[in-house]
Design a protein around this ligand. Structure first.
Ligand code: SAH
Length: 221
């Protein structure tokens, strides 16, 4: 099958999976997932499955991306914070759905590869940062929407603080031993409202920067 028909098949699978938001499906149809996976997995790019990228990470499963972004309920006036850029696949979808995307990745080489893709695809509403996403992006707060692409041990309080009142964060919570669940967290005036969206399997949110990265920075500086 040629990529175009594989892509249409994937969009139909997402609809079958209960994703009915046409704006979201159209944005996902615009993004060539084969561009975000390593050469060796290119023929599987339109399967509804997570696939390995470098640094032991994965490109997220399209149905999970769709469910998480559907829960965010985005529009083209908002700015979004994404934690865990990875390949940049979800970032690219976000860039079609909102005004500006701020995205943080702890693996610098992964981020550089993602940035090259954004550049080549002519997306100019994405701002990137290499760092620990658990700390958020304080200079840009508040955000109306935050999406976390790695499993946190608990709802991260620092990220809740960077949400606007009425703002929404979608975050997988749990670890390898406990079942992970995706939570939709809405920040209210004095408390948070938490809705359980369902089970999921994500790699963990890791604190700090990778050792190799720290070393290379020391070497330079
Ligand atoms: N949405 C991405 C998913 C990548 S997997 C995609 O579809 O490609 C999750 C990513 O989160 C990994 O790249 C991992 O390095 C990153 N990550 C894990 N903990 C992090 C942290 N504390 N801060 C920033 N990024 C983190």
């Amino acid at each position: 099958m040629i990529p175009a028909s594989k892509k249409i098949r994937l969009i139909l699978d997402l609809r079958q999976g209960g994703v009915l938001d046409t704006t979201l499906l159209a944005a996902m149809e615009k993004v060539p997932r084969d561009y975000f996976v390593p050469e060796a997995f290119r023929d599987r790019a339109y399967e509804d499955t997570a696939l390995p990228i470098s640094h032991g990470q994965t490109i997220s499963q399209p149905l999970i991306v769709a469910r998480m972004l559907a829960a965010l309920d985005l529009n083209d006036r908002v700015k979004v914070l994404e934690i865990g850029t990875g390949s940049g696949y979800q970032t690219m979808i976000l860039s079609h759905l909102c005004r500006r995307v701020y995205t943080i990745e702890r693996h610098r080489p992964l981020l550089r590869e993602a940035e090259a893709r954004f550049e080549e695809m002519g997306r100019h509403n994405i701002t990137t940062r290499a760092g620990d996403g658990a700390l958020g992006w304080p200079e840009q707060r508040p955000f109306t929407h935050i999406v976390v692409c790695a499993a946190a041990p608990d709802i991260p309080p620092t990220l809740v603080e960077q949400l606007d009142i009425g703002g929404v964060m979608v975050v997988p919570v749990g670890d390898e031993r406990r079942e992970q669940r995706i939570f939709k967290v809405t920040r209210m005036e004095t408390q948070i409202d938490v809705e359980d969206i369902g089970p999921v399997r994500f790699l963990p949110l890791v604190a700090g920067m990778p050792e190799t990265d720290k070393l290379s920075r020391h070497a330079k500086g």
